[in-house]
Design a protein around this ligand. Structure first.
Ligand code: 2P0
Length: 324
């Protein structure tokens, strides 16, 4: 008989970005980061360990995963097997709940859900800190998806002390995001390769680390003060400074597409009109607008001439990883 467990994890969007590794194998980041977990985009994963399997079996949205994903997830399962002291193979069934295959499906919710379901199925009873450390080995941003609301990933120095902590799990003030889905084309440069190239070649990289570290406590302060304008200003700064490192890499690259700049322009115009809205972008062209629910209708109306209703997804703060 196999042992089975199911978990749900939500994706998160960084307000102070994680960008660059100190240790690529253990996924120890160069700088600490801070994110908001979202309710709308999540992954459900069931892991079943079974003596009858002769290899790991990975099913992704109802289909067998490609070779590369199989290998990566199997290596992650090896970490769980090591911790649990067992050698049984597992079947993994993962479903991403992301509207319209929006290109927002992220490794964050994926590896957070796999860490939670896999560890429990293997008989491990990990606390959230250890779950966060485990998720980190799959993907850096997954470290933060163990918790809901605002979450800090403390960079640490080694496997033991690099993990996430909750900053504000229950958010009792008005903040949310509008994800503008520009396209779901494959990324030109994968985030893992992109950040590695930046660390190795951008002369601006040391400044990136320094500024991110300095801005993180300011962001925490802005969250405590429930100051959406300060949160937004710091988030925009972090996003643009991260993207500046891609332009300064050798060879240079960018995640921006023409529509990215179009979305930024609308946000800036709204702000000149007195609306509290700010943008952030990750390792792709999509723009996320940080705003209040009160002003969301006005922002959606301003974006409507440029983007279809299907391209505009409103997400509220979401919870941490849960067992199903
Ligand atoms: C973040 N990103 O903080 C940053 C901002 C993208 C831009 O975390 O190599 O998939 O698996 O640790 O977590 C995306 O990178 O990279 C990411 P790995 P990951 O959300």
């Amino acid at each position: 008989m196999g042992q089975s467990a199911t978990a749900r994890a939500h994706t998160n969007i960084a307000l102070i970005k994680y960008w660059g590794k100190k240790d690529a194998n253990l996924i120890i980041p160069q700088n600490s980061s801070l994110s908001l977990t979202l309710d709308h985009f999540y992954t459900d994963t069931t892991v079943t360990f079974s003596e009858t399997l002769t290899r790991d079996q990975i099913i992704f949205n109802g289909q067998e995963a490609d070779e590369q994903t199989q290998t990566k997830m199997s290596q992650f399962l090896d970490l769980i097997r090591q911790q649990a002291g067992r050698s049984t193979f597992a079947s993994v069934e993962t479903t991403n709940h992301v509207p319209n295959a929006a290109g927002l499906a992220s490794s964050a919710s994926g590896y957070a859900a796999l860490a939670a379901a896999g560890s429990r199925a293997a008989g491990l009873d990990l606390n959230r800190r250890d779950l966060s450390r485990l998720a980190r080995r799959g993907s850096g941003s997954a470290t933060r998806s163990i918790y809901g609301g605002f979450v800090e990933w403390q960079r640490g120095r080694n496997d033991q002390d690099s993990y996430a902590i909750p900053v504000q799990e229950e958010i009792d003030w008005d903040i949310q995001m509008i994800a503008i889905v520009l396209n779901d084309r494959k990324k030109r440069v994968a985030s893992r390769a992109g950040m590695a190239s930046v660390v190795a070649t951008s002369p601006y990289y040391p400044s990136w680390v320094e500024t991110a570290q300095a801005d993180l406590p300011k962001m925490k302060d802005a969250i405590i003060k429930k100051d959406i304008n300060l949160v937004g200003q710091l988030a925009e700064k972090s996003a643009m400074q991260m993207h500046a490192t891609t332009l300064s890499a050798v060879p240079p690259f960018t995640y921006f597409e023409p529509e990215t700049l179009q979305a930024i322009e609308v946000v800036e115009r709204l702000r000149q009109q007195g609306v509290s809205c700010y943008y952030t972008m990750d390792a792709g062209p999509n723009v996320k607008v940080i705003c209040t629910s009160r002003e969301t209708p006005q922002i959606l109306a301003a974006l409507a001439p440029y983007f279809t209703a299907e391209q505009l997804l409103v997400a509220k703060p979401g919870p941490g990883v849960t067992s199903l």
